[in-house]
Design a protein around this ligand. Structure first.
Ligand code: NAD
Ligand code: DAU
Length: 353
């Protein structure tokens, strides 16, 4: 039988990619709840508006009454929870919004879903999948083994601390109430529809605009990059194959230093963009490091590979090339995002660096 899903944050980067993945692969009702803040963009799901099965609700996950009403009236059996404040630099500038949405918002959803699930006599096929991050595990040194699902939590930024708090709540709802939660912890995503505050789209746009490419610290920090389509297929797999209470790490087996990515982006842009205001590599500018900057992330994904037979499909070189091409072909998507708010944020973060 088809699932009736509520997807929170479904107008953001990963959420909107997931909504498309879901609609292409599954039948049933799809309800998106998104506050449509700076990172939530109606345009990301506008092609689905005509479909009778799809509904976009503009609202806050912290609004318990709204969430309860949606779960009941749409007869939701599955929540896939992406909604969050997601950018580490913004969490350093203003942590309060992160505690509110990521901790209080997740608690509000869990509590509403618990009431809904209990009112229906705890159906065995209900699921609450909480989407989280590798950042909850802290930072690795160059030779440390990758994070596993049993690595102790050691979050270092207000963002990762708020995500850790939300993971603990999801875990507690399974252990205390038997509510069928699942948690996924994923590494850095890249691909289409990513807001240009994150490393890859920010560098692409700055190259096109002839602006400095701000590399934090020595540029030797390592991230484990995964194409967003692979993240979507992993979440789908966990939802359908994992047991309630399970936790799975998701990653790309693909550790890359920031400066190497910036060099690759400069070269790809040089090749694909035609005329550029300035040779891209000349724009690289080393700036003051991010406070508390985690040195390295790497995910051990052997559990999901072995238990659920999921493995990443994308090759990083091909995926990065496609992503650069997407930003070149979709100026109409990103140009409106370079708003007054964005410029204010940008000047505040990078102005004196
Ligand atoms: P994003 O910032 O692009 O999207 C977040 C979405 O949540 C936006 O549409 C936003 O409007 C919505 N939202 C924010 N506050 C809300 C609220 N109070 N109520 C309703 N909606 C709200 O983020 P993303 O990169 O797509 O990340 C999605 C999820 O995946 C987050 O939970 C994040 O922690 C997690 N994650 C992200 C990555 C990554 O590399 N981007 C990696 C691992 C995990
Ligand atoms: O690891 C998963 C996490 O990846 C997610 O949970 C977060 O939601 C997501 O934002 C991302 O966090 P990061 O901090 O790793 O991503 P970001 O794109 O902000 O930065 C990637 C690396 O690039 C990081 O080491 C900081 C560096 N950087 C970033 C920006 C924006 C720069 O050197 N310059 C920049 O201008």
């Amino acid at each position: 039988m088809s699932k009736q899903v509520l997807i929170t944050g479904g107008a953001g980067f990963i959420g909107s990619n997931f909504v498309h993945h879901w609609c292409q692969n599954h039948d049933g009702r799809v309800v998106v709840l998104d506050i449509l803040g700076y990172a939530g963009n109606k345009a990301n799901v506008s092609d689905l508006m005509e479909q009778a099965r799809f509904r976009l609700v503009e609202g806050d996950i912290c609004d318990g009454e709204l969430v309860a009403a949606l779960l009941a009236e749409e007869e939701i059996d599955t929540v896939i929870h992406f909604a969050a404040e997601s950018h580490v630099d913004r969490s350093i500038l203003g942590p309060a919004a992160f505690v509110q949405t990521n901790v209080v918002g997740t608690f509000t959803l869990l509590e509403a879903f618990r009431n809904h699930w209990q009112a229906k006599d705890k159906p065995a096929d209900f699921r609450f999948l909480h989407v989280s991050t590798d950042e909850v595990y802290g930072s690795l040194e160059a030779d440390d083994p990758a994070f596993t699902e049993t690595t102790p939590y050691a979050p270092n930024s207000p963002y990762s601390a708020s995500k850790a708090g939300s993971d603990h709540l999801a875990r507690a709802y399974f252990h205390t109430y038997g509510m069928p939660t699942l948690i996924t912890n994923c590494s850095n995503n890249y691909g289409p529809y990513q807001f240009p505050e994150k490393l890859i789209p920010l560098m692409c746009l700055n190259i096109l605009l002839g602006k400095p490419l701000p590399v934090y610290g020595d540029g030797q920090n390592v991230r484990d990059w995964l194409h967003v389509s692979d993240h979507c297929s992993a979440i789908d797999t966990v939802l359908h194959k994992a047991n309630p209470g399970d936790v799975y790490n998701i990653g790309g087996n693909n550790q890359v230093k920031n400066l190497d990515i910036v060099h690759q982006l400069c070269d790809l842009m040089g090749e694909l963009a035609g005329d550029l205001p300035q040779p891209p590599r000349e724009l690289i500018t080393f700036v003051t490091d991010r406070p508390g900057h985690d040195r390295r992330y790497a995910m051990d994904i052997s559990k999901i590979e072995k238990d659920l037979e999921w493995t990443p499909a994308y090759n990083f070189e091909t995926g990065l090339r496609q992503t650069v091409a997407w930003y070149l072909e979709n100026r109409d998507w990103w140009q409106p995002l370079l708003s007054e708010e964005y410029r204010g944020y940008y000047d505040n973060l990078y102005g004196d660096r």
